[in-house]
Design a protein around this ligand. Structure first.
Ligand code: A2P
Length: 336
């Protein structure tokens, strides 16, 4: 916990990016008690302006920024940038909340979803806290309450991930390719591996030796770390879809103990950060995720293929709860 009465000095690294911009918005929206905010990015952006509530901030160069005297830094500029600059910020006494995957498996860096394992940072005073992968966060908001009640043993999940997960340039690519299609031009992929407009891409990030992609293995490894168990395996297929903001996931799980579907619905209805839809009400990324803080769950049902299996669909704003909001909630818990 860090405590100050006169507000905190907060730096946002990657302030010109898809997540960094929303980090600034959320700090302002939630009235995080700041005394000063620094917007940091690459030297390319120095002098540009970004919004912080009604104010604008002039972007500074991360490379030459001195973190001494700064309380909290939210990093979202890519893994290699965090690898280089987050330890430097932490050594200067600033608590780093890192949105990249770089420190997520480091035993010295807690991996936190505040609603699930926030208590792990209640005595945290110095160092780096890792923000989990966007797909893991939204899945675990739904799965943690079920796991506590009946022990989840196995998860099968197919993700439907929006292009904002690959940054602003991927969002621009989707827009450009959609226009290309309407003008009878062949879309040219530059950021993503294949055309994304009117298409889906059945792999996200590079392949590991076991045939899964790194994104899929993040869901497996991070789930085990956050739920503090090696007894769960996550069999994920991560798919990029032509949606700007909001990830969907079709989740199928099995529990160790029997539990009724109605009891699971009750658990989820009362779970923090969750909006549970009943019957045939549907949650879609565009209508129920983008711009929303809550993770929405619908289509909860018994898996016909397994007596202790459950299936559901979950959507969330990957830029907010999957990244920026989760990071700000971690910061809020640190100062609470
Ligand atoms: P910049 O705009 O100066 O390149 P996104 O995930 O939307 O692509 O955003 C990436 C963010 O990370 C941007 O704010 C970008 O700043 C920042 N970034 C990229 N490379 C660097 C770097 N070398 N040093 C600092 N920030 C960087």
């Amino acid at each position: 916990m860090i405590k100050k009465n006169d507000g905190y000095r907060v730096a946002v690294v990657g302030a010109t990016g898809a997540v960094g911009e929303v980090m600034l918005d959320i700090l302002a929206e939630r009235k995080f008690p700041v005394s000063e905010v620094a917007a940091l990015a690459s030297s390319r952006s120095v002098g540009k302006e970004v919004s912080f509530g009604r104010k604008s901030l002039v972007v500074d160069d991360l490379e030459t920024f001195d973190f001494k005297g700064w309380d909290i830094a939210l990093f979202s500029a890519g893994g290699s940038i965090s690898a280089k600059h987050a330890p430097r910020a932490a050594a200067a006494g600033c608590v780093v909340i890192d949105n990249t995957s770089h420190f997520r498996m480091d035993p010295n860096c807690p991996l936190i979803v505040p609603e699930v394992n926030g208590e792990l940072i209640d005595n945290f005073e110095q160092g780096i806290i890792a923000n989990p992968n966007c797909s893991t966060i939204q899945m675990l908001l739904a799965i943690a309450p079920i796991h506590r009640a009946a022990g989840v043993t196995r998860i099968n999940v197919a993700t439907y991930q929006s292009v904002s997960g690959a940054g602003k340039s991927a969002m621009e690519e989707l827009g450009r390719q959609a226009a290309d299609r309407f003008n009878f031009r062949d879309p040219e992929p530059k950021v993503l591996s294949h055309p994304i407009a009117f298409n889906v891409i059945p792999a996200i990030d590079v392949f590991e030796d076991n045939g899964y992609t790194r994104e899929e293995m993040k869901m497996h490894r991070e789930t085990r770390r956050i739920l503090d168990t090696d007894a769960i395996a996550v069999n994920a297929t991560a798919v990029r879809v032509p949606v700007f903001i909001g990830h969907g996931e079709a989740v199928h799980l099995e529990t160790r103990d029997p539990i009724e579907v109605a009891a699971v619905a009750d658990l989820l209805r009362n779970a923090p950060g969750v909006r549970m839809l009943d019957g045939s009400d549907l949650a879609t990324p565009m209508t129920d995720a983008a711009g929303e803080d809550a993770v929405s769950i619908c289509r909860l049902r018994r898996d016909l293929s397994h007596p202790q299996g459950l299936s559901f669909w979950v959507v969330a704003d990957n830029v907010r709860k999957g990244a920026a909001l989760n990071a700000v909630q971690i910061a809020e818990r640190l100062i609470s």
